[in-house]
Write a protein that binds this ligand. Sequence first.
Ligand SMILES: *Cc1c(COP(=O)(O)O)cnc(C)c1O
Length: 372
Amino acid sequence: MPIQLFVPTFSVDECLAEIRECLELGWTGLGFKTVQFESAWKEYTGQSHAHFLNSATGGLHLAVNILKETRGWQDGDEIITTPLTFISPNLAILYENLMPVFADVDEYLCLDPVDVEQKITPRTRAVMFVGLGGNPGKFEAVKELCRRRGLALILDGAHMAGTRLHGAIPDADAVIYSFQAVKNLPTGDAGMVCFQDGTLDAIARKKSWLGISKDTFARSGEKGAYKWLYDVEYIGFKYHGNSIMAAIALPGLKHLEQNNAYRRLVAGWYREGLANNSRLKVVPEPPDSLPSQHLFQILVDNRDELVLALNAEEIYPGVHYRDNRDYPMYSQSEETAPRARWASEHVLSLPMHLRLTKADVDTVVEALNRLA
Ligand SMILES: *Cc1c(COP(=O)(O)O)cnc(C)c1O
């Protein structure tokens, strides 16, 4: 049996029961289950606001867009970000005509607070922190730096559903989660944006539905007689989530803690099995953290040959990520992040999902200890 990088697992009957409710009621869109999931998510994370979307990419864009507008940022202002990430957070910066400034990563492969501080200029407005693989890196230090220097902080928590740091779910001006098909809490495609400030949450709710100022659910209440008379306050986007995706997310959230615990068990097996292999380095776990363990990452010298050799044995690891500066829209960016560059050429994500058995992990470990 091939050992894949990601295999999403759903509690099928529970998902179908939730979806059945939507279909029987005749309510598959915005409202109903999206409201239920937002409440459940707020309760789970302790965040004061949560707005369910059709993707995390939309959430990242809304965060940058709304912070820019409400704080009066100008085109060309800078957001310090990591080059070692999925393309969404950095594209979100470009959507708003802002300038991504790439800082380097640390041993956790997340933004290094020391280098972030060095990259601050008079035009810096925010930091975009990505918790790579669900590990929070030195998020606390970056948060403290943002507070001290008056910068906004956006947390791309696409990998971080369930991650805890010092016992709590990390918070920022905006935290964005992904419920895309292979993330820790998978649906078909969905995301969440959690603003700390209720005013910004209210703007996000309008902007995520084309700028319309009331959602369908509210409009079909007693004031529904004139429901076509809604205002369009903003040139908004079509980013809101729907009840079918929320129906898949609700049971997923119920099982998230248990599922992440299993991921950490798998990670422990990898750590143990690879502990004596001096030819590779396991990305460490930040102190006093409980990572969601979306990824399990190692750094290895012969990465590209190793991938081919593992594939030949039907083991399919992944790479997270290609240095974003390789893409043409960042060709102007200088090589200001050498560790990220190096990591991008040596990092490897091992299979990490809920169907992996101890025997699967032993197979991967044995192959790595032979081939790395
Ligand atoms: C998956 C991912 C996103 C985007 O999530 P979508 O829900 O697919 O838009 C953003 N950032 C990171 C780090 C991701 O891995």
